[in-house]
Design a protein around this ligand. Sequence first.
Ligand code: GUN
Ligand code: ZN
Length: 434
Amino acid sequence: MKKLLIRGRVLSFRDEPASADDHEAYCYYEDGAVLVEGGLIRQSGAYADVVAAAGSDFETVDHRPHLIMPGFIDTHIHYPQTQVVASYAANLLEWLNTYTFVAEQKFADEQHAQFITERFLDELIRHGTTTAVAYCSVHPQSADAYFRASQYRGMRMLGGKVMMDRNAPPALCDTAQSGYDDSKALIARWHGVDRLEYVITPRFAITSTPAQMEASGALAAEFPDMCIQTHLSENHDEIAFTKQLYPDAPDYLGIYEHYGLLGNRTLLGHSIHLEAREVAVMAETGAIAVFCPTSNLFLGSGLFDRDRLKANGVRMAVATDIGGGTSFSMLRTLDEGYKVLQLRGQRMNPFQSFYMMTLGNARALSLEDRIGTLEAGTEADLVVLDSCATAPMRLRMAAGATLEQELFLLQTMGDDRAIVETYIAGKPMKKALA
Ligand code: GUN
Ligand code: ZN
């Protein structure tokens, strides 16, 4: 395959920016380029250096004056909830029972699963997201459809079928044994195939019996390097019900701890209302608190306490949580995240936001050697951003903007219209969808 030289302003992160003045934390080239070959980044940096290294046989795509960054990563999303977004409910449990558990039943039909997963992946690409960690429905065929469509697009995608064996409609329940067996068969079919990774997915403690929690723990022990995803302390009623179901547990997290589900690839969606012991155990085990701001505001779940978690050494990631979340866009997500933190009196500068969407989320998944950066040898998943995508954005930019101000504008006013192109393994994918 011919080399591709992608030219534009280039931004990537080396580390989490301590402040907006932490220039060591990021690399920015006003006239930059990324050289891609065989799906991988060969080199990135100043255009003059990259073009000199490219040799003679390459094509050029000129995205100037747009901004090229590593593709966005979404660490918590439910693909079967693509048609659940914007469902009117008072709180999490009402929303789950009234809409979500109804919509997810349709995924017993593999054709429906395929129809939705293809549109879901198209939406990710349209919004500049190149990797996501998804919950599928309880039906193994929903995961087959998801992985097949992701493989076809060449995307680095993670996901798993939810295990749930109580407190849900019978049509959505597996059993401890079938959940284990189906997960294991999916692992054999998909884990490590091309760019795909299986994720062990007990939905949350409310929908799993102790026997199913034990089966999840057995999977985790058999596949110690595999990601695990579940939900934790999102809503006060959820927490109270969980404690009733597991009266011997010291707290909500103690359930997952007891069944051996905590490690440095465990993604704990929401993690809002935490006791001190839970925070300490998360820090100790390296488990990740996943901030889902649009969902937390939409369902009225609560305000994520980033500074408390950070002060205690807890790792963090950020995600849309479609369909509790209200947008596929990581720009919209970080905008809402900024506002959640504002309400808590906590500050998040734009460099930190864009770090979180890219390298920060890659690190949370322990995938920073493959995605989330523009380092040579990593996978060429890129997003190209237009800060003048709409008339109000153009007007704001015309008033003059530093890079920091431009990023803040992209986050505050940007959405899918600001995504000029999305490259998956070096292939432009967004324009082809239009
Ligand atoms: N807790 C258990 N399942 C879900 C879900 O699908 N969405 C959200 N937001 N919380 C959950
Ligand atoms: Zn969720």
